[in-house]
Design a protein around this ligand. Structure first.
Ligand code: DP6
Length: 334
């Protein structure tokens, strides 16, 4: 018998960055983090999984290319799914997985987040796994646990050594702040030089900023940004988002050897956003950059047209493409 499931999962954009692990194997973070999940139709991964008694091995294709399914991360995910399975248990079924991103993979656009969230969701459906699946997504890629839910989502770092309390929790559903939008300015869609996994390991070991960041700065920001989200207070939300992005890149710059994810265009965008906000006398939009040069701009709906006009004016005819959508709809769907 052949069973097949297809799902899509969107990217999430962190406003408080996850950077550093206290357990590399279980992917347990050194700090809690928080993100907004994008709309289903924009930056997303679509994954199909087929289980059959006739397959002779598990296999995975990413954007049409066969990948090695024997990596620790894929194997950990498959093992955890199968250990909680309520279906396909009678006989050994192998699974074939095909996954496609509608955006550049590994360019700092959180492809691993939507990728693993989608993979885990699809497999959970196929194998009849119920309950929280964010911890399974987490062992695929840390940030993936936040893409399991829509709206604003925090990843509680947890305290248990087995990772049982290191899970994603929805802070506010997508309907809570429907005016919130995200514009993604694609500065460069090349694969990044230093992966997040390597980069954060090096920062944790060498950046003098990590200790204070994890001990006091991030816990305070988590409390403040959660309150700002609940109150739909964009001034506080935007201020914290930009500060955490700046600090994260400062952590990277103070890593030995230094890691630089931003380029001149990224810095130009940062200055432009600051000037625009200053001129307006309030925060009209807020940038945040992950492990790459591409800018994610959080902004309320009412500022979208003006901000897009500003970015288009400053980058006429460039290859700066924009994806855009707010987090007003649900997350994973079949
Ligand atoms: C900068 O989740 O890709 O995007 O857990 O090693 O797979 P692994 O790392 P990953 O790191 C994402 C880092 C970030 C910040 C964030 O999304 O919180």
């Amino acid at each position: 018998m052949l069973s097949s499931i297809t799902c899509t999962a969107p990217v999430n954009i962190a406003t408080i960055k996850y950077w550093g692990k206290r357990d590399e194997k279980l992917i347990l973070p050194l700090n809690s983090s928080l993100s907004g999940t994008l709309h289903q139709d924009d930056l997303k991964t679509t994954t199909t999984a087929v289980a059959s008694e006739n397959f002779t091995e598990d296999a995975i294709w990413l954007n049409g290319k066969k990948e090695d399914i024997n990596t620790t991360r894929y194997q950990n995910v498959l093992r955890m799914i199968r250990s909680r399975a309520t279906k396909l248990m009678d006989k050994k079924h192998f699974v074939h997985i095909c996954s496609i991103n509608n955006f550049p993979t590994a360019a700092g656009l959180a492809s691993s987040a939507s990728g693993y969230a989608c993979l885990v969701y699809v497999l959970a459906q196929l194998y009849g796994v119920s309950g929280d699946i964010s911890a399974i997504a987490r062992i695929g890629s840390g940030s993936a646990c936040r893409s399991v839910y829509g709206g604003f989502v925090k990843w509680e770092m947890g305290a248990e050594s087995d990772g049982s309390d290191s899970i994603a929790v929805q802070v506010a559903p997508e309907t809570h702040w429907p005016e919130m939008n995200i514009i993604v300015l694609v500065v460069n869609d090349k694969k990044k030089e230093t992966s997040s996994t390597d980069g954060m390991q090096r920062s944790a070991a060498t950046s003098p900023m990590m200790k204070e960041r994890c001990a006091t700065i991030v816990p305070q920001r988590m409390r403040d940004i959660e309150a700002a989200i609940q109150a739909r207070d964009f001034q506080t939300f935007g201020d914290i988002t930009m500060k955490d992005s700046d600090d994260f890149h400062e952590v990277c710059a103070t890593t030995d050897p230094a890691i630089y994810y931003l380029n001149d265009t990224s810095r130009y965008i940062m200055n432009l956003v600051h000037k625009y906000n200053k001129m307006s006398g309030k925060i009209k939009c807020a940038y945040t950059f992950d492990a790459g040069p591409n800018a994610c701009i959080y902004l309320p709906e009412e500022n979208v047209v003006e901000a897009l006009a500003l970015f288009t004016k400053h980058f006429p005819g460039s290859d700066l493409s924009t994806y855009y959508r707010g987090s007003d709809k649900s997350n994973i769907e079949k």
